[in-house]
Design a protein around this ligand. Structure first.
Ligand code: F6P
Ligand code: MG
Length: 452
C-alpha cells in the first residue's frame, strides 16, 4: 500500500503523527461491502412503500439508486479511484477540494483509491456516496436507509430505557432535596451511563442488533475498571464554576453543547444526562448537535431526535412517557435545542474547523462545556493518527479547543492518547483487541482556559 503522509497542513511535524491507515484495508474489504449490501437490501424491500407513495416513478427511482449503489460496491471492492461528487449539494465543493488535497499528498504516481487512502476519509466518503445515490434519485431522495435499524435498536432497548427513565424520574422528584455531594454523585453516574451508551452503535456491528438489554445503572460498578482515563471530576468542576458565574449574574453562563453520536439507546442516555443537567441547575441550556444526513449507520439526525422524544412521550409506561413529555417541554421552551451543520459530515479533522467552518467554531465558543460523544468524534478530535498512547490529549487536539471539552468514548478504532506509561503496552499483551472491541472507554477533558 502507498504510504499516506501526515495530512494536516500547517502543523509542525513534531505535533503531528502519521494517519491511521493499517485498519483501512481490512474494513474497506470486509465491513464496507456488508454495510452497502444491507443498504441495497433495505431500499429493495421498500419498493412497495415507494410505489404507494410515488407510483411507478418511485419504483424507477428505487432501481436507479440500487444500480448506483451496486456500482459503488464494485468500485470499492476492486480498489477503483475515489471519484468526485456530482450532486451539487452545499458540501459538494468541500468534498471535492478534500479529494484534491488527498491527491496532492499521494503525488503523481498513484490515484487516491479505496484501499490507498486514510481510513477516516474513505469511511466518511462511503456514507456520503450512499447519500448521493439516494439524493440523485427523486422522488425517494429523503429516504433514510438506516432508519429501520435505528428504530429497531430503540425498541430492542425498551427495558433499559424504562429502567433509566424510572431512575431519572426518581431523581427529578427529589432534586431540590439532594445534598450537594449526592447531586454530584448522581451527575457522575449519569455521565457514565451516557459514556457506556456509546457501546450501542450499529456501524461496529455492520447494522446487526447491538442494543442495550441490562439495567444500565446496575452495570456501572462492574464497568468501572474498563474506564482507562477518567477526567469526570474536571468536567464537573467546569460545570460548577459556570453555575457559580450564572448565580453571580453572568447571564449567558451554563450552556452545555452535546455533539451527539448514535440514535437508539445511546441517544436516550444523552437525553437523560441533559435532563439531569438542566433540572439540577448544573446547566441552564443544552444544545444538541446532530447530523444533517444519514451517517455511520446509526448517527442521530433531526428526524431521529424528534422521533425519539415523541416515541418516549407516547410510551405505555408512566415514567417513560413523563420523561418524554418533559423533554418535549424543554424543546418547546428553548431550554434544549437541536442543531446541525454540514461540517459534522465532512471528513475533516476538528483542528480544521476554525478555518473550514468558522461559523460553527464561533458557535461552539459560546459553550461552557462541549461533550463529544463516541468513537468517530474522538477520531476526528485527535485526527485518527498513529499517536503514541502517552501523548497528552491536549497535544493530540492540535489547537482545537473552542471551549472546555470532554470526549465520552468507547474504544472502537486503533487510536488512543492520554494513557499512563505502560498502560497501552500492558493491554496489548493481555488483550490484543482492546482498542477496537468497545469494551474499554475514556472520559477525556481539555480546557483552553486551564494552565497546561
Ligand atoms: O469500528 C467501526 C466504526 O465504524 C468506526 O469506524 C467508527 O469510528 C465507529 O465504528 C463508529 O462508532 P461511534 O458510533 O462510536 O462513533
Ligand atoms: Mg456513530
Amino acid at each position: 500500500m502507498a504510504s499516506v503522509q501526515s495530512l494536516h497542513q500547517g502543523v509542525p511535524p513534531a505535533l503531528s503523527a502519521k494517519v491511521v491507515e493499517s485498519f483501512a484495508y481490512l474494513t474497506v474489504r470486509d465491513r464496507f461491502p456488508t454495510i452497502l449490501t444491507r443498504v441495497i437490501d433495505t431500499i429493495h424491500r421498500s419498493k412497495n412503500k415507494f410505489f404507494e407513495e410515488y407510483g411507478e416513478e418511485g419504483v424507477q427511482a428505487e432501481k436507479r439508486a440500487i444500480s448506483f449503489l451496486s456500482k459503488l460496491r464494485n468500485e470499492m471492492q476492486t480498489d477503483k479511484p475515489v471519484l468526485a461528487l456530482s450532486d451539487g449539494l452545499e458540501d459538494t465543493d468541500s468534498w471535492n477540494q478534500y479529494l484534491l488535497r488527498q491527491q496532492s499528498l499521494m503525488g503523481d504516481q498513484d490515484s487516491v483509491s479505496w484501499f490507498k487512502s486514510p481510513w477516516l476519509y474513505v469511511e466518511c466518503y462511503m456514507y456520503r456516496r450512499i447519500h448521493e445515490a439516494i439524493w440523485l434519485n427523486p422522488p425517494i431522495c429523503d429516504f433514510d436507509a438506516f432508519n429501520e435499524g435505528k428504530t429497531q435498536s430503540y425498541f430492542e432497548s425498551q427495558q433499559a430505557v424504562i429502567a433509566l427513565c424510572t431512575y431519572l424520574q426518581g431523581l427529578h422528584r427529589n432534586i431540590g432535596e439532594l445534598s450537594e455531594s449526592h447531586l454530584l454523585e448522581q451527575f457522575l453516574k449519569l455521565l457514565q451511563v451516557s459514556l457506556w451508551g456509546n457501546k450501542c452503535d450499529l456501524s461496529i456491528s455492520a447494522g446487526q442488533d447491538n442494543s442495550q438489554k441490562a439495567n444500565p445503572i446496575d452495570s456501572l460498578a462492574d464497568l468501572r475498571p474498563f474506564i482507562l482515563v477518567d477526567d469526570s471530576n474536571m468536567v464537573l468542576s467546569t460545570l460548577t464554576s459556570a453555575q457559580r458565574q450564572g448565580e453571580s449574574g453572568q447571564p449567558s453562563a451554563g450552556r452545555v453543547d452535546i455533539v451527539l453520536d448514535n440514535a437508539g439507546f445511546e441517544l436516550i442516555t444523552d437525553l437523560v444526562l441533559a435532563h439531569f443537567l438542566v433540572s439540577s441547575g448544573l446547566a441552564r441550556e443544552v444544545r444538541f448537535h446532530g447530523k444533517s444526513i444519514p451517517w455511520f449507520v446509526s448517527d442521530v439526525t433531526a428526524h431521529d431526535f424528534q422521533w425519539t422524544i415523541r416515541q418516549t412521550l407516547a410510551a405505555n409506561h408512566k415514567w417513560m412517557s413523563k420523561s418524554g413529555a418533559q423533554w418535549q417541554s424543554f424543546v418547546r421552551e428553548g431550554v434544549w435545542s437541536y442543531h446541525d451543520h454540514p461540517f459534522w459530515t465532512l471528513p475533516h479533522e476538528y483542528c480544521d474547523m476554525a478555518a473550514d467552518a468558522p461559523d460553527l467554531y464561533a458557535t461552539l465558543q459560546g459553550a461552557d462545556l462541549i461533550i463529544f460523544k463516541g468513537d468517530l468524534n474522538y477520531r476526528k478530535l485527535v485526527g485518527d493518527r498513529d499517536w503514541e498512547h502517552t501523548v497528552p490529549f491536549d497535544r493530540a487536539l492540535r489547537g482545537f479547543g473552542p471551549a472546555p471539552l470532554c470526549s465520552l468514548r468507547t474504544l472502537k478504532a486503533n487510536v488512543q492518547v492520554g494513557l499512563q506509561h505502560g498502560q497501552g503496552e500492558n493491554l496489548s499483551v493481555q488483550e490484543p483487541g482492546w482498542m477496537t472491541s468497545g469494551k474499554y472507554a475514556v472520559v477525556q477533558f481539555f480546557s483552553p482556559h486551564r494552565e497546561q
